[in-house]
Ligand binder design. Structure first.
Ligand code: ARG
Length: 599
């Protein structure tokens, strides 16, 4: 099954070839002037340039060939030599019926299935997620779903940040604050036999009562600030990190407690957002690979000594910016952020053998990834070009800087979700929606509206662009927003429910009215939007499609009555409405957005 754009491109390409011109000039795109045409081809202008001929004359030749195409009701030359095409109602009806009967709603699959690993969210131990992790979670989840739907074998990994310098910082800070913990940890560190299961259980119970995620969250920023200002404090944290990595029993136990409490809260936030991972691996999971990896890198002659540390130089001649080397082993002997990332490349290569790894991480980490990727290629850990950083801009405050709370702190994801839900309830009441729902259903709808608001506000922009956090706008039921899309989807559902109650059934789609044409053409455009989103790792193409589809439905519904139409027309319009709903819901699902049944 092929969309109209592709089908027509083939015909126009053949017409170009028949005229002795390059076939690739026959590329067809949706028309810039929907009032004049459905599709257009600008190839005659390019052909005229190289062949030094009159573009209108070339276009005339191509048009003459196309005139016989049964799919087209009109082929015309416009302006300097643009070829304008109008699809016949019959061809459009046929395509609409095909889409309506297709479980994939007109979407094709990739020709060759690839193995893709998506590294996203990247939450950290001892830190609740904040708005910075929001974008990675939202975009990464959408990319994972889009790739999977296109037919690739996709694995999503959270890549938990649990093995770096922050661990030493937080271990030190907690021990400073609580003498009981300090004594416990030191006692365990001082022994040389492993901690028994029984001892571990008692220790965890004590830690459970003493250190919560709130404590970690309170202590971490203080410790981080102190580490910046105070050399001795910083060195101690580095030492503790190295000892943790060497598995000092006390530090390791305390660290396991941190990871546990953090994970509980993270799971709650991810669940609320509709984000889930196939793999929950952390930096620490590759710890065993690090020593042999360092040895191997050394044997390959890639490691260079640098003031007690060991590095890999990755700068290349002709680099446009200065790239630092990859710090593999710190002067304290510990693994760094880049070290675990390099070992993770190796681990994934061995366990999953991906064709491509997509790192959905803030644009500001671009240099970090460039350095890690180059080191990985130098070491032969991944095929050149298989690692890709999918960067994104920041969510900013009205001051144009990364979003902060009014008090100047980072906004916790959980608080953001809560805040958005409250706003969604308000918005629903304002719009007089959901009044007849019972409290649970109302809450469920409000939650879905909130998630749609946050996700759509993010995904409607090309990921590289930064955007301004504006809860009022995000949650509005008007304009290009998630709530608007849900509202339109729910409207279709309600029409279909009414029809079902009356016993009216969907039938063959027969396209005639302009609003029906517009809707059918959009249904046809889904596959292209999906392919763009896939190739450019850019969910905004699907967000855009969903928005246009919802708008087109709205116009169709205003212009073409469904429930009061005569039987065959009614059956056709019901089928069109149902296909629209299914494609809209599919597009939203790919964006990670769920639609309520009612509102
Ligand atoms: N934990 C990191 C952070 O919060 C993001 C991890 C991204 N993924 C990776 N493989 N480095 O900045």
């Amino acid at each position: 099954m092929s969309d109209l754009k592709r089908g027509l491109s083939e015909a126009v390409a053949a017409a170009f070839a028949a005229a002795g011109l390059p076939a690739e000039l026959g590329r067809v795109t949706p028309s810039d002037r929907p009032d004049l045409a459905d599709f257009q081809c600008n190839g005659a202008l390019a052909a005229a340039k190289t062949a030094r001929r009159d573009p209108r004359e070339i276009a005339a030749g191509v048009t003459a060939t196309l005139a016989a195409d049964p799919r087209l009701s009109a082929v015309e030359i416009a302006g300097l030599g643009f070829i304008n095409m109008r699809v016949s109602d019959t061809a459009l009806s046929e395509r609409a019926n095909e889409i309506a009967a297709d479980p994939r709603l007109g979407a094709s699959v990739v020709e060759a299935r690839r193995r893709i690993l998506v590294d996203y969210a990247g939450p950290n131990v001892a830190k609740p997620m904040h708005v910075g992790h929001l974008r990675s979670s939202i975009i990464g989840e959408a990319i994972k779903r889009i790739y999977r739907f296109r037919g690739d074998l996709v694995v999503g990994d959270a890549h938990f940040g649990d093995w770096g310098y922050q661990m030493g910082l937080i271990i030190g800070a907690v021990m400073d604050e609580d003498p009981f913990i300090k004594a416990l940890v030191e006692q365990l560190n001082g022994r040389n036999q492993p901690v028994s299961a029984e001892e571990e259980k008692t220790a965890f119970a004590a830690l459970h009562d003493r250190v919560s995620l709130e404590d970690l969250d309170r202590l971490y920023p203080l410790a981080a600030a102190k580490g910046k200002a105070d050399i001795e404090y910083r060195e101690r944290a580095r030492r503790m990190t190295a000892e943790l990595q060497a598995k000092a029993p006390g530090y390791h136990l305390l660290w396991r407690h941190f990871a546990r409490v953090t994970k509980v809260a993270l799971e709650r936030d991810f669940h609320a957002l509709g984000v889930d991972f196939d793999l929950w691996k952390g930096e620490s999971d590759v710890d065993d690979l690090i020593a042999p990896m360092v040895k191997e890198l050394d044997a390959k002659g890639l490691l260079v000594d640098d003031q007690g540390a060991r590095i890999i130089r990755v700068a290349r001649q002709g680099d446009k910016r200065d790239l630092p080397p990859l710090l593999v082993v710190s002067s304290e002997g510990s693994a760094m952020y880049g070290t675990t990332d390099l070992a993770t490349v190796l681990d994934r290569e061995r366990s999953f053998d991906p064709d491509q790894v997509l790192y959905v991480v803030d644009q500001r980490q671009a240099d970090h990834f460039e350095v890690v990727f180059r080191a990985a290629y130098l070491a032969g850990y991944a095929p050149e070009g298989s690692l890709e950083h999918i960067g994104f801009g920041t969510m900013n405050g009205t001051d144009g800087k990364p979003f902060k709370t009014r008090e100047g702190g980072v906004l916790k994801l959980n608080d953001l979700i809560e805040m958005t839900r409250t706003k969604a309830r308000e918005r629903l009441r304002e719009a007089d929606l959901g009044a007849e729902l019972d409290p649970d259903a109302f809450d469920d709808t409000a939650h879905k509206v909130a998630v749609a608001a946050l996700k759509f506000a993010d995904l409607q922009n090309f990921r590289g662009t930064s955007y301004v956090f504006d809860l009022d706008r995000f949650t509005s039921f008007e304009g290009k927003t998630g709530p608007y899309l849900l509202y339109q989807a729910v409207r279709v559902k309600s029409v279909l429910r009414k029809a079902a109650d009356e016993g009216a059934e969907a039938g063959e789609i027969v396209i005639g009215e302009p609003a029906e044409r517009e809707l059918a053409l959009l249904l046809d455009a889904f596959d292209h939007a999906l392919a763009e989103a896939y190739e450019r790792k850019a969910p905004n193409f699907i967000a855009d499609h969903a928005y246009k589809l919802a708008q087109a439905f709205s116009r169709f519904y205003a212009a073409c009555p469904i429930l009061i139409a005569e039987p065959p027309v009614k059956a056709s319009r019901l089928a069109l409405a149902s296909a629209t709903l299914r494609q809209l819901e599919l597009a939203l699902t790919l964006l990670g957005i769920e639609t309520p049944e009612r509102m």
